[in-house]
Design a protein around this ligand. Structure first.
Ligand code: ADP
Ligand code: AMP
Length: 216
């Protein structure tokens, strides 16, 4: 049976950081909707142009194109054993669509770790986030700086601050999360899948909490 995990939580809480670690430890694909959109923007595809117009304002990309993109991604062979989903679903309609598409693969969402932290922590993390141009590797100017300033440790490419990590957009993104994504907390709690994780801890500690929650 494939194993699918949805990592839920507000922007900047550490979903991408933890999803990457979990995917390496469990040998499961890491599927990040934000990374897929950024790849499309970099390659100047039609989807990229459309997505950018929403992302720059801190709004969600419409459900239909987002769902189609994820369906296409998780149909690929590297997701046959399952996947760690990061940033998707973000609306109840996306969650319903996910249930349907996983059923086609004889799978289901197994667990939903919900990572939490107060808004001040989210803003601190997002405003210090630096992302690498080539592959989206993530750093933080205070909490996990690169060895050489301005350069990715892994591939040597330039690191930059995402346009949507500017403070004006961040506050909008947090509001959009509260309005459109937070209903998923109850959605998955009602289905007995939600496990709350204290995201205020250092990265290694959050990973420990996640791993022990996923074992249960
Ligand atoms: P998300 O995917 O939820 O938006 P990220 O994983 O990109 O969040 O993390 C946001 C920023 O916070 C990044 O710069 C990352 O390096 C940093 N970060 C992630 N987890 C922690 C943590 N537990 N403690 C301190 N900084 C963290
Ligand atoms: P992230 O990389 O998860 O912080 O996402 C960055 C931006 O991409 C979000 O602010 C949205 O504009 C867009 N995005 C990512 N995932 C989704 C999703 N599941 N549904 C709609 N928009 C999304």
């Amino acid at each position: 049976m494939p194993f699918y995990i949805v990592v839920l939580g507000p922007p900047g809480v550490g979903k991408g950081t933890q999803a990457k670690i979990l995917s390496e430890k469990n040998k499961l694909a890491h599927v990040s909707s934000g990374d897929l959109f950024r790849e499309n923007i970099k390659n100047q595809t039609d989807l990229g142009v459309l997505a950018k117009s929403f992302m720059d304002k801190g709004e969600l990309v419409p459900d239909d194109v987002t769902i189609a993109m994820i369906k296409n991604r998780i149909s690929r062979p590297d997701c046959e054993a399952g996947a760690i989903l990061d940033g998707f679903p973000r609306t109840p309609a996306q969650a319903d669509a996910l249930e349907k598409m996983l059923a086609e693969f004889k799978g289901q969402v197994d667990k939903v770790p919900y990572i939490t932290a107060a808004e001040a922590i989210l803003i601190d993390r997002i405003s210090g986030r630096w992302t690498c141009r080539a592959n989206g590797h993530v750093y933080h100017e205070k909490f996990s700086p690169p060895k050489e300033a301005g350069k990715c440790d892994i591939d040597g490419s330039e690191i930059y601050q995402r346009d949507d990590d500017k403070i004006e957009t961040v506050t909008r993104r947090i509001k959009v999360y509260m309005e459109q994504t937070a209903p998923l907390i109850d959605y998955y709690r009602r289905r007995g899948k939600l496990v709350e994780i204290d995201g205020t801890q250092p990265v290694e500690k959050v990973t420990e909490l996640l791993l022990s929650a996923l074992k249960k």
